[in-house]
Design a binder for this molecule. Sequence first.
Ligand SMILES: Nc1ncnc2c1ncn2[C@@H]1O[C@H](COP(=O)(O)OP(=O)(O)OP(=O)(O)O)[C@@H](O)[C@H]1O
Ligand SMILES: [Mg+2]
Length: 670
Amino acid sequence: MAIDLAKELNKEQFIAASTIDGPLLIIAGAGSGKTRMITFRIAHMLEEGIPQSSILALTFTNKAAREMSDRIRSLTGKRLSNLTVSTFHAFGVKVLRKSIEYLDYKSNFSIYDQVDKTALIKESARGIGMIPEDLDTWEIANLFSSVKTGREKWNRENKLYKPLFEEYLANLHAYNAVDFDDLIMLPIRLFEEFPEVLDAYRRRYRYIMVDEFQDTSLAQYHLMKLLAKKERNICVVGDDDQSIYSWRGANYQNIVNFEKDFPELLEIKLEQNYRSTGNILAAANQVIANNKNRKSKELWTGLDNGRSIEIFYPDDDLKEAEFIAQLIATLSMREGYKYHDFGVLVRTNSLAATIENAFLAENIPYKVSGGQSFFQRKEIKDIIAYLRVLSNPDDDVNFLRIINTPRRGIGRVSLEKLRELADEKEWSLYSAASAIRYAEDAPVSDKVKAALGEFVTFIEYYREQILTGKKMADTTRSLVDKVDYWGYLIMENQKNERAARWKYKNIGIFLDLFERWEKDPDNDDPNIYNYLNRITLITRDDDQEENNDMVNLMTVHASKGLEFEIVFLAGVEDTIMPHARSLEEDPDNIEEERRLFYVAITRAKQKLYLTSCKTRRVSREVIDSSPSRFLEEIPDHLIEYHQPEEEVESGEAMDYFEKIRAKLGIPDKV
Ligand SMILES: Nc1ncnc2c1ncn2[C@@H]1O[C@H](COP(=O)(O)OP(=O)(O)OP(=O)(O)O)[C@@H](O)[C@H]1O
Ligand SMILES: [Mg+2]
C-alpha cells in the first residue's frame, strides 16, 4: 500500500521526508515530529525503489532503533533484512566484524564493557608494577576514554597514567579485544588508512540519517562525515535545546560543523509541536528561552491549553513518593489511564529507590530504565564470559574471569606463573595453559597442571560445539550444568539457597532469551559472534519486557525521545535539578541542567506534575531542600500551586498535603 506522505505529514515535514538527495539539516524543538518524519522518509525511500542496503539510519539507543524499524516495517509491510537502523556503536561493530582484519585484529574479537575494562586496567597495572588496589580504575577508565576519543590530551596531571594506558592498549590488542571507544575510533582508522575500504562503504551506504544529532560526539560526527562526504545524501535531525550529554563528549558544536562541512545544505524548521498541550508547551518555551547559548526557535501547538501544570511541595521524599504512587493509582482507577501512560522522571538513579518502594506498597506495576542491566548481573556475565572464551580463546580478561569460576583450585601464584610463560612466549593465557598440559617441565604443580588440562579440554570440546552454530542455547545449558554452576552459587551465597535459586533462575531466563534469538525466523545468521555482539551492546533500557502495562520510572537522560500522557518530575529542587555540581563550576553547566529540565517537561502530552520536597534524606541525614530555580521560570498563570503557605493561611492543623489528598479523593492510608 502506498504511503501518502502529504496526508501524513505537515508541509515542512513533507519537504524533509521527500527530499532525499543532498544534505539536510533539521533543528527543531521537542515533539515536532523529527523522529516520526525520519521513519516516513525511510519508508518513502524504500517505496521509491532505493535498496534497503543503501540506507543507514543512526539513533541514540537500541530501543529507539528498534522502534524505528518496527514503524518502517509496518508502514511498508516489508521484511527488513538489509536495512541498517542502529546506534553508532552497533554500526561500528558491524563494520569491524567485516573489516577489522585490515587493522591486524581477528574478526572474532571481544568487546569489553566498562566492567571488563576496569578488570583489564587492574591486570595491566599489575603488569607494569603498579598496585591495582591504589587506583581508582573507574576514573582511569574515563580518562582513557577521553584520551582515546581526543577529548583530553596528556598533561602534567594525568601523564602519570600514560604508561598504564600504553600497557592497556597493548593488552587489549593482544587479547584480540576492543573497548566501546574502539567501536567508533577503529572504523575511523580503518576508513582513513584504507581509502579503498572507505570507498566500498561509501558505495554501499548512499543515504545516511542521524536522529538526536545534538548528542552526537565529535568522533561519531567524524565517522559519519567520512561516510557521507562523497555522496552527500545526509540528513541530520536534532534539537540543540535537548543536548544533555556534553559531559561525555557530545557536542552540539557539531551542528555548526555540519553547516561548515555541507554548506549547500537545505535547512528545514519544524515548528509545530504535536505532543503537548498549550500550557505545557508554553512552560517549556519560557524556560528554555533563558538559555543564551541556543538557536532561537518557538514551538506552537494546535492542541488546547489543557490543564495547568501542578506543583507540589511535600514534606519529605517519603511523602513525595507516596503522593506520586497514590495519584497514579487514583488516576488510573478514576480516569481510565493505563499504567504505561505515566512517566515518572528523576534526575539521578538514587532518587528512584524511594519511589519504587511506594509503588510496591501501592501495588503499582512499574519498570525502571536506568538501573543495572539484566546482562550486567554477575551470574549472567559469568556465563557470557564462558561464551566469549569459547568464541575467542585469546581473551585473557574473560579467561581470568572463568578460570576459577567455579573454583578449580588454580591459585594466584599459579596464574602468575602462567602469565610469565605467556609473556615470555607472547601467547595468550589460554595458549599457555594449553601448552602446559603436555609440558615436562611445567612451572606449576601437578595438581594445577591437571586442572588446567581439564579446563582446556573442556573449552576445546564446547568451542567445537558452539562454533557449529547449532543449538547454541542447548550447548550453553549443558555447559552450565557441566561446570556445576549451581553448586558454585550455593557455595558463593553461603548456603543461602533462596539467593542462589534466584540467580540460577536468571540464568534460565538468559538461556531462554538466547534460544528465542537463535530460533527467530527473522534471524539470518544465528552464530555465536552475532549473539555476543548483540548482548554486549544491550543497555539497561533494552532488556525489559516491552508492551507491558507498567509505569515507566526512569532518569531524565533515559527519557530522551519518549513521550507519556502524564509526566511526574520528582525532586525539582536546587542541588538536584540543577545539580549541585553545576552550581559551582562553569556557568555553561547551568544551561545544560536547564536543557535537562526542558527535556523532562517536554515528555508530557496532557499533564505535568512537579514535586519539590521541603526536606530530603541524603545518606541517612535529613537536609532542608529548596525549590529549583527553574520553577520560577515557568509563568505563574500556567501553574496551579499547592503552596506550603496554604497550611499557614488556613490556620488549620491539617497538613496541606492531607488536604490535597482529600481534594483528589485519595483515601488515607490505613
Ligand atoms: N504530522 C503529524 N501528524 C500527527 N501526529 C504527528 C505529526 N508529527 C508528529 N506527530 C506526533 O507527535 C509526537 C512527537 O513526534 P516525535 O516523537 O517524532 O517528535 P520529535 O521531534 O522526535 O521529539 P523529540 O525531540 O522529543 O525526540 C508523536 O506522538 C508523533 O506521532
Ligand atoms: Mg525524537
